[in-house]
Unconditional design. Sequence first.
Length: 129
Amino acid sequence: MKLRRSSGKPKKPSQVHAEETVGAVATSIDAISTRKRSGSYVVRRVVGDSMYPTLVSGQLVLAKRRQSIQPDDVVIFRHNNMEKIKRVREVENDRLYVVGDNPNFSTDSRHYGMIDQDDVLGTVAWPRI
């Protein structure tokens, strides 16, 4: 599942309140992150169905940087110059085996092998998974 920075794309009324709240938090975090070179959080919008039903396309996620990573965590990472979001199934010597929750629509470690823990931008903190 690819990720992109949040945009002002119109949403259903049921999503507006939650996204307005997250949008306000994201704006605050972006402001903090621009003052500090390494911000504590990243905010991204989910693109694609590889994490469905846990995360849906268009949903905002908030990830905390530099968390210790455990199996079953959902992480945002860079792979082939793209940001992706997947669930960690295995941690072995600073390498992670990551998979999508919707395997029929996911390209993950089953296809490209383990990723380096250094490629992780953050561990998803919101929504709680």
